[in-house]
Design a protein around this ligand. Structure first.
Ligand code: NAP
Length: 309
């Protein structure tokens, strides 16, 4: 099959592209980072997103059987917004339909909610409903937090544990999350691209942690003893803002803290992924968190590859 995947030089998209190529599919990627290091050479064709020229986007998708969409922005920023990401994704869906794409696999988030005050979860809900009404066969995958070598969140928790004397969790830290390994999600995305049934699937890993348990588990795996304390979310946010100034990144947003504390990264569902974060961390304990991973740097530097932790 000919399959298009967004962001093949990024994080999840890269794992998906690798699996597609290994399975013998012809692969096209859509990206705004055409100059980013391309690990696939000539094996995949890279086209720009062209959201403002839907005709060109349609041309890029000509002959494509299935589209796997990972495109999204993590937070609102002066350089990018959730609103624009929602509108761009709608353009992408329509271009795919007009190009004759028969199947769309769309990566969403656990607990999307059209009524949420949080633009991430509201925007993802809007897109799920747009996709469902598009008239193209689809599968929505709803992951929680991903982990893998190019990961941001777990790596930066490890970095903080390695470098700071105390770790503050927002509020009680008792809200849950179920991290899924990037390979497990990529495998599901590839499998579902070949399917025909309209489906919405919670893409969660096999382990559930409270945030506090997660931090404690990472700390133990790294062999560092740190005091883990609950801090008011506002204090935690400002501490992260200060840290962000030092590392020149948006460490966490108020909305992300709220989403975490509302338990939006937890669902009562069977696991999709088999890889256990606790096992994976033990395998990567020497390197995890040795360096800070900056989300913003990935958006500003469009030529370097995502660094592997
Ligand atoms: N990472 C996680 O922990 C996590 C957790 C839950 C859900 N998800 C979902 O999984 C999907 C993939 O996430 P990922 O972390 O693997 O993302 P990623 O590879 O960093 O980016 C995915 C795609 O979105 C584009 N993109 C990302 N941020 C952008 C920005 N600020 N402005 C413009 N374009 C941007 C990238 O553009 P380029 O091609 O130009 O690089 C790429 O095509 C997303 O839909 C996300 O919502 C991720």
């Amino acid at each position: 099959m000919k399959i298009a995947v967004t962001g093949a030089f990024g994080y999840l998209g890269r794992y998906i592209a690798r699996r597609l190529l290994d399975a013998g599919h012809s692969v096209v990627t859509l990206t705004d980072s055409l100059k980013r290091e391309n690990p696939f050479g000539d094996s995949i064709r890279a086209c720009p997103f062209d959201f403002d020229q839907p005709g060109r986007l349609k041309e890029s998708l000509a002959g494509v059987d299935a589209l796997i969409n990972t495109y999204w922005v993590r937070f609102d920023h002066r350089l990018f917004t959730h609103r624009a990401a929602v509108e761009n994704t709608k353009v992408l869906f329509r271009a795919a339909k007009e190009a004759g794409v028969r199947r769309i696999v769309h990566v969403s988030i656990t607990n999307p909610d059209i009524k949420s005050a949080l633009p991430y979860f509201r925007g993802k809900a809007e897109l799920e409903s747009d996709l469902a009404s598009l008239g193209v066969s689809y599968c929505v995958l709803r992951p929680t937090v991903l982990f893998g070598k190019e990961d941001v969140l777990i790596n930066n928790i490890a970095w903080s544990l390695r470098h700071l004397p105390v770790f503050g969790v927002f509020g009680s830290g008792e809200y849950k999350l179920q991290p899924i390994h990037v390979e497990d999600l990529a495998s599901a995305a590839v499998e579902k691209a070949l399917g025909t049934r309209d489906e919405i699937i919670n893409a969660i890993g096999p382990e559930t942690f409270t945030y506090r348990e997660l931090v404690a588990m990472v700390s133990k795996a790294l062999g560092v003893k740190r005091l883990i304390i609950g801090v008011p979310p506002g204090v935690g946010y400002w501490a992260c803002r200060l840290l962000g100034m030092l590392v020149r990144d948006v460490v966490v947003t108020r909305e992300e803290i709220q989403g975490l504390m509302e338990g939006r990264l937890y669902v009562d569902a069977p696991p999709l992924g088999a890889t256990r974060l606790s096992d994976w961390i033990h395998l990567h304990q020497e390197t995890l968190g040795c360096r800070y991973t900056s989300e913003l740097a990935r958006r500003i530097d469009r030529a370097s590859s995502y660094r592997s932790n």
